[in-house]
Design a protein around this ligand. Structure first.
Ligand code: 13P
Length: 193
């Protein structure tokens, strides 16, 4: 059977990355998105802002991170492949630096999820993975350990990581993590010291 064209999936990854920017979950070229299609992993390239990204610039890698074709994958490709290897049912990984969630990731060991809707998605808290430098296998290992069978984690002093069976799901969850962090920080202000 011929290999299905990756073009529609390149379009999906590009749209997902642009959506993150349009919703204020990333700025410029921060954050990254990956999607598993058979043996291939489509991932956003490093350093290209969401508003310039075109489907042809999406990079195709294998699960060891080897580039098929051309382009330079996100500097966070290790965390993407590590999560996809650890969770065979997951097809999409989204990483953002959304501000409220990242603020929590800079200061607390977990994000308490206060509102009932958030608890449906995440349970009572979203863990913060132990700190490791960006782009390293150490970060990838710590992210996989913190994620377990869950849907979202925070990366200490860094940002958010969500997973889904679809890209839409992973993007949706990234937005919901940010909402949970915003609600947590607002309610903390109002509760006083
Ligand atoms: P890339 O442009 O290499 O994907 O890096 C952005 C980022 O968010 C690093 O954490």
């Amino acid at each position: 059977m011929p290999t299905p064209s990756l073009r529609p999936f390149r379009v999906k990854v590009t749209k997902a990355y642009r959506t993150l920017g349009e919703r204020g979950l990333i700025t410029h070229s921060s954050g990254n998105v990956s999607l598993r299609v058979g043996e291939a992993i489509l991932i956003t390239p490093t350093g290209i802002p969401y508003y310039f990204l075109r489907p042809a610039q999406i990079v195709v890698i294998d699960k060891e991170g080897g580039v098929r074709g051309f382009g330079r994958p996100s500097s966070e490709w290790r965390v993407h492949v590590a999560v996809l290897r650890a969770r065979p049912e997951v097809r999409a990984v989204v990483h953002t630096h959304s501000p409220y969630a990242t603020a929590v990731a800079c200061s607390l060991p977990s994000l308490p999820v206060l509102h009932d809707e958030g608890r449906i998605f995440f349970g009572g808290e979203i863990p913060v993975a132990e700190h490791a430098p960006p782009g390293t296998w150490e970060l990838a290992q710590r992210a996989v350990a913190a994620l377990g069978k869950g849907r979202a984690i925070l990366l200490s002093r860094h940002g958010v990581l969500t997973v889904g069976k679809t890209l839409d799901e992973a993007v949706f969850l990234a937005e919901k993590v940010e909402e949970a962090a915003q609600l947590f920080l607002l309610s903390r202000d109002w509760r006083g010291p």
